[in-house]
Ligand binder design. Structure first.
Ligand code: ZN
Ligand code: ZN
Ligand code: ZN
Length: 260
């Protein structure tokens, strides 16, 4: 990792249930193919020696162990559905020496986190038993570790969510619409990670065909489909994807240049 590059690691490529789904005996849930085992949706971005999480998924601890994660320098939240936030308590291991992790998201997301995880922000509990976090509401591009992070407003059914862009990478999870007004924020994206729940339609997530159409509109050179359900059989269905589009998988790591 050099200062001039950005590394993406897919921490989790699965939908809210994870795959295998508890109690399900379908072909994908019984599959032993590693790419068909999906933890809850999250990503790690690294640049300039810093590690930035997008979401603290339910499976954050297992993801951090798998990837040998030794530091978390900031967290960007997409929205506050349970699968994207419920790993938040495990951030405390990274703040035991007194560090504070800055956390960013929409005003709505920050307010929800403060309310749902009130113990984190209460001085009544010893710091060792809660992560030390500072919440910052953002609604426009901001500087983080010398780079610009662009929140990208998305619609996720009736819920508002944020995608994030850093350099040539855009990570758009949990969305069913990329609003017209957000398209200029995605101009020139090289690598796109986008929600594609399954093949059948869904009210709050893009399905595969809709995600592929959105990727075309955005014009990304390479697209990874994430937040996948057990409808997707990684290798069997990969053959049906158009050129430049692939299914994300847990642990997938891609480095791209990050020009000054
Ligand atoms: Zn989700
Ligand atoms: Zn299944
Ligand atoms: Zn969601």
């Amino acid at each position: 990792m050099t200062a001039g590059s950005l590394t993406l690691t897919i921490l989790g490529s699965g939908t809210s249930t994870g795959v295998p789904v508890l109690g399900c005996r379908c072909t994908v849930c019984r599959s032993t193919v590693p790419e068909n085992r999906r933890t809850r949706c999250s990503a790690l971005l690294r640049w300039g020696g810093h590690g930035v999480l997008i979401d603290t998924a339910t499976d954050f601890r297992q993801q951090a162990l798998r990837e040998g994660l030794e530091r978390v320098d900031a967290v960007l939240f997409s929205h506050t559905h349970a699968d994207h936030v419920h790993g938040i308590d495990d951030l405390r291991t990274f703040t035991l020496k007194g560090e504070t992790i800055p956390v960013y998201g929409s005003a709505e997301s920050m307010a929800t986190i403060q309310r749902v995880f009130a113990y984190i922000f209460s001085d009544e509990m010893e710091p060792g038993f809660r992560p030390r976090l500072t919440l910052s509401a953002v609604d426009a591009p901001f500087t983080l570790f010398d780079r610009t992070v662009v929140p990208v407003p998305l619609r996720h059914g009736q819920v508002a969510s944020f995608g994030y862009r850093v350099g040539g990478l855009a990570y758009l999870t949990d969305c069913s619409v990329v609003p017209e007004a957000s398209l200029p924020l995605l101009d020139g994206v090289e690598l796109l990670v986008i929600d594609a729940l399954r093949f059948t339609p869904h009210t709050t997530h893009f399905n595969v065909a809709e995600a592929v159409a959105a990727a075309r509109r955005i014009g990304a050179r390479r697209t990874l489909l994430t937040h996948l359900s057990h409808e997707v059989d990684h290798h069997r269905h990969a053959a049906g994807l158009p050129e430049g589009v692939e299914f994300a998988y847990d642990g997938q790591t891609i480095t791209l240049p990050l020009p000054d």
